[in-house]
Design a protein around this ligand. Structure first.
Ligand SMILES: [Zn+2]
Length: 123
């Protein structure tokens, strides 16, 4: 199934945050054949981060409300991301809530749709 618009693009705040979007390919581990992508936002102004963190959407897997814009829990200060990394988009429940949601076909399709529509190799 091809999604016409990714869940990310459907977020009300997407238009405001799109200029900060940086989709980065990375390999999850050295054995991974398939290149995965991080859907990150760099250099987002503080007030926009606060708005984005408050945004909600349905989990693409189970439909529960989630906060799709999240601060990666690394580094010393967990409350705010660093200037250039650590703020990212996720379309499914956090791992500490429901691990299975991030591993469904629906979640994979959403990330593929985001990369295809907004990623570095988009037409
Ligand atoms: Zn879920």
């Amino acid at each position: 199934m091809i999604q016409q618009v990714s869940a990310l693009e459907a977020c009300a705040i997407f238009e405001a945050i799109q200029p900060y979007l940086r989709i980065q390919p990375y390999r999850r581990d050295s054995g991974a054949r398939k290149v995965r992508h991080r859907i990150e936002f760099y250099g987002v102004p503080r007030e926009l981060i606060i708005r984005a963190i408050a945004a909600t959407m349905p989990c693409v897997s189970c439909g529960d409300p989630i906060h799709p814009f999240r601060v990666r829990k690394t580094g010393r200060d967990h409350r705010m991301p660093e200037d250039h990394h650590g703020f990212y988009f996720a379309c499914a429940c956090p791992l500490d809530k429901r691990i299975a949601c991030s591993r469904t076909a629906a979640a994979a399709q959403e990330y593929e749709a985001v990369v295809r529509r907004l990623g570095p190799d988009r037409p």
